[in-house]
Ligand binder design. Structure first.
Ligand code: C5P
Length: 232
């Protein structure tokens, strides 16, 4: 996989028009367009289907969590849209099996959310978890692998341990990416593009460092170059 294919740009904007404006600005520098909850409820589902029909790779970041029947039907609809990736937020086998059934024989890759990169140890304690962030991420990654998922979303800080535990054919998709000198915002566990790749990430998810840059295309290009250097 080339460096450019590994960059997932998070289209965290309120309208499809704004998303399309960024897509035409950033163009070939991104490998995958991620459509998240904000945009999904404002025409983003239609945008995802249209981009997929044009041959673009689309990541529907719906972070699904519901009863198995609903998960299966929702996953099937997202597979029918032609999406390339989908996130599922289930923390149990039933949810994951339902998503596997829903994607059927389509090419949709299922990614599990482990622990949101905005959460730190204190937040997990508040949720009642006795595990550290690293332990919980690893525990959930192993569960997802057993369920047959294609990969997980995990911060760069957990990527190396997940890679070691799950092997090479399990995708690690890493948000919380901040090129040197950029603002962390609400992300608690950030990492530079090169360090995340060195830690074992396959794909990097980048939103604000590109969308809020003066020149989004140049920011995306610089990240792809950094990925390329890290890959050697
Ligand atoms: O702007 P920023 O680069 O922080 O955006 C990161 C993107 O990755 C957001 O769209 C966010 O929803 C997503 N994400 C995340 N942490 C996860 C899963 C997804 O930040 N664990």
């Amino acid at each position: 996989m080339k460096a450019g294919e590994r960059l997932i740009v998070a289209l965290d904007v309120p309208t499809p028009d704004e998303a399309r404006a960024f897509i035409s600005k950033i163009g070939e520098h991104a490998g995958v367009w991620k459509i998240g909850l904000e945009l999904l409820f404002a025409g983003g589902a239609e945008l995802a289907a249209a981009l997929s029909a044009q041959g673009q790779k689309v990541f529907v970041d719906a972070k699904l969590l519901d009863i198995p029947h609903t998960i299966e039907r929702a996953t099937a609809n997202i597979a029918d849209m032609g999406a390339a990736f989908l996130t599922v937020h289930g923390h149990d086998m039933k949810t994951m099996e339902a998503a596997m059934n829903g994607r059927g024989t389509s090419d949709l890759k299922l990614l599990a959310v482990t622990v949101l990169t905005s959460l730190d140890k204190a937040d997990l304690e508040q949720q009642g978890s006795m595990m550290t962030t690293d332990e919980l991420v690893l525990h959930r990654a192993n569960l997802r692998r057993e369920a047959g998922f294609d990969g997980v979303i995990a911060s760069g800080h957990e990527a190396a341990a997940i890679r070691e535990a799950t092997g090479d054919d399990f995708l690690i998709v890493t948000p919380g990416i901040r090129p040197a000198g950029t603002d962390a915002g609400d992300q608690a566990r950030v990492m530079t593009p090169s360090r995340a790749i060195q830690a074992g990430a396959d794909y990097l998810v980048v939103g604000r460092p590109i969308l809020q840059a003066k020149d989004p295309a140049a920011a995306a290009r610089a990240i792809v170059e950094e990925i390329g250097r890290a890959l050697g």
